[in-house]
Design a protein around this ligand. Sequence first.
Ligand code: LLP
Length: 424
Amino acid sequence: MKLPGAPHVAYRGHELFIEGCALNALARQFGTPLYVYSRSAMLESLAGYQRALAGRDHLICYAMKANSNLAVLQTFAQAGCGFDIVSGGELERVLAAGGDPSRVVFSGVGKTAAEMCQALATGVSCFNVESESELTLLSEVAQGMGRQARISLRVNPDVDPKTHPYISTGLKGNKFGVAHDRAAEIYRHAAALPGLEVVGIDCHIGSQITEIGPYLDALDRVLDLVEAVEAQGIKLHHLDLGGGLGITYTDEQPPEAETLVRSLLARIDARSHGHRKILFEPGRSLVGNAGVLLASVIYLKPGAEKNFCIVDAAMNDLMRPAMYQAWMGMAACTLRDTPPVLMDVVGPVCESGDWLGRDRSLAVQPGDAIAVLSAGAYGMSMASNYNSRGRAAEVMVSGNEAWLIRERETPAELFRGERLLPTR
Ligand code: LLP
């Protein structure tokens, strides 16, 4: 039996497997909470983008904020990906994982001068610049190093991606990008700055997008601008169309990556822009459905109004439900014959907002493992140490092999950098 949105997670008999590994066995071997990822699922998701882009000058820059474990980065680097980064820390991870800095684009509204220096010294491919002040600072930093920084402007196309307001990024009211109606003028300014070389244009309208329409609208707005900018004599070599493609958590039906990319390429060709290099920055759609978070049931707590299933994973391990009221699928790792009970699945953190799933029908006993599905993206990468909880361990599975790719954090590691005051 397959589960929604989790192609590599399925029951065999009474036990839940990811690829060829029983999740119960992984829970016993590595402990819980535990993130488990399917390598094949990641590579298959990537293959959809690659098929659609084959034969074109292109670069798929994995948006590593979705999941920045070194082994995940290594997997994508070996499969030919570049990376979309948003901090100096992410750049260090790319290098540690063996990624190629010349295939890195640097996004984000708040790049510091130190991060610019670091990225220039490493030789990143392009800065996706989000404001005029950033242009000025980047030009100064590059000049100071005797270099030119390659840039693209992140344009805010003012298109509604029809997703959760916290993850819409391409509307006028968002902090991201430069306004569409000022972009041509800002390109002129950029082209005149001595420390910059204008090479492209980019946009990213949001995340968990499940329709093609908003992408096509944004693309049209971007292409209008490319034509206006080139009419001013400024060449734009690449189009970076961002990320944002949604996944199935429950009953969403996003287009396949291949379908989305083919539709966008068709529009690009129809408007005679097919000669340009095409970049994408997918995050969630490459890793989201490749991962589960395993948690063990500690207590079942019947209540006056609600029943609670208290597990050992919490909002610090997986922030999405608390932060976005996100609905994540859940499945018991062992199928029991007892009737299911309606319960809220909650963690041990001292907040009423600490829940992983509400009103879930589950047949579980203390000690059982539960898998939170579609947890490969924005799970571990958003985890915190709230309540002095060490972050979970992570495991990568391929076939019937499993590798520990991150050790569980110990309490001593949490306060390693802290100091007591001197005692007099
Ligand atoms: N490029 C840029 C410039 C971005 O800001 C993002 C995501 C991406 C690419 C990748 O988007 P994706 O393909 O993953 O949708 N924490 C939220 C999602 C925040 C997304 C932020 N930007 C969540 O858990 O839903």
